[in-house]
Design a protein around this ligand. Structure first.
Ligand code: F6R
Length: 243
C-alpha cells in the first residue's frame, strides 16, 4: 500500500486527479469507479478544470457508481447518479450511457443487486475511487458487514445518516437504506485509490491503514488488496505511525 500525505485537501485532490488522468491515458477502454461524498467534490472539480483548460478527454471512459440511496425520487439532486452528473459527467465529454449505477427504482431489488454485481464484475473496474466514512465505512458497507460481501441492499447506520444529513434540506433525513457494492465487489477493481481529508477522518484512516483487518472497520479490507493508494491531507494523517 502506498500512502501519500499532501499538504492540503486541494493538493490531495490534485494527486488523485493525476492518478485518474494517468489511468485514462494508459487504458484503451478505461473503466473508472466513482465515489460520491464531499471529499470527492474537489477531485471532480479538478478533473472538470483539466477537461476545460488542458483537454483531458473522457471520451470512451465508462464509470460505475459505488452506491445509491433507496427511496429518493429519480430527479432528486441527492441521488448519486444526479450528483455525479452535476459535478463531473455533465461537464465533460463522456458519452451518454457511460454512467452505470444500481437502479434504486427496480421492482425487484434483489434481482437488481445481482444484475449490478455482474455488470461491475464484467466491466472490470480499473481504478476505483473511494472515500471513507468517519465510522470506517467504504461505499455503504457499514461496520459489522462481512468482508466478502457483494452488491446488496443495506441499512445505513445512524452515524452515517447523521453525517450525511448535511446534504439534505433542514428537517429532511437521509434515506435509511441504500444499494451498495460489497467489499468483495470493490476489491475486484485493479487499483483502489482512497482519499480522506480532515481531522475527523484521522481515527478511521489510522485503523484502515495500520489496524487489524476486521469487519468492524470495513475500510481495513483495503489492506488485503495488492494495489492501493491512500491519499490524505495532513489532518487526516495524524493518527498514522508510518508518516
Ligand atoms: C459514497 C461513498 C461513501 C463516502 C463516505 C465519505 O458514494 O462511497 O463511502 O465516500 O461516506 O463521505 P464524505 O466525503 O462526504 O465524508
Amino acid at each position: 500500500m502506498r500512502v501519500v500525505v499532501a499538504g492540503s485537501a486541494d493538493s490531495a485532490a490534485c494527486v488523485v486527479s493525476d492518478l485518474v488522468e494517468d489511468f485514462i491515458a494508459a487504458s484503451p477502454s478505461p473503466v473508472l469507479g466513482l465515489a460520491t461524498g464531499e471529499t470527492m467534490e474537489a477531485v471532480y472539480a479538478e478533473l472538470v478544470r483539466r477537461h476545460r483548460e488542458q483537454g483531458l478527454s473522457f471520451a470512451g471512459v465508462h464509470t460505475y457508481l459505488l452506491d445509491e440511496y433507496l427511496g429518493l425520487d429519480g430527479e432528486d439532486p441527492r441521488a448519486y447518479r444526479n450528483v455525479v452528473r452535476r459535478l463531473l459527467v455533465g461537464h465533460v465529454d463522456m458519452e451518454p450511457g457511460a454512467v452505470h449505477g444500481p437502479n434504486p427504482h427496480a421492482a425487484d431489488l434483489a434481482v437488481e443487486c445481482g444484475r449490478y454485481e455482474q455488470a461491475v464484475r464484467a466491466a472490470s473496474v480499473g481504478l476505483q475511487l473511494l472515500g471513507i466514512g468517519a465510522n470506517g465505512h467504504i461505499a455503504f458497507n457499514e461496520p459489522g458487514e462481512p468482508l466478502d460481501s457483494t452488491t446488496r441492499v443495506v441499512a445505513l447506520s445512524e452515524r452515517t445518516r447523521t453525517d450525511n444529513a448535511r446534504f439534505f434540506p433542514d428537517g429532511q433525513s437521509p434515506p435509511g437504506r441504500a444499494i451498495t457494492q460489497g467489499i468483495a465487489t470493490i476489491g475486484a477493481a485493479g487499483h483502489l485509490v482512497l482519499l480522506a481529508c480532515g481531522r475527523h477522518k484521522a481515527p478511521a484512516v489510522a485503523r484502515a491503514v495500520e489496524g487489524p483487518v476486521t469487519s468492524d472497520l470495513p475500510a481495513s479490507a483495503i489492506q488485503l488488496h495488492p494495489n492501493v493508494t491512500v491519499v490524505l491531507d495532513s489532518p487526516a494523517s495524524v493518527g498514522l505511525a508510518c508518516c
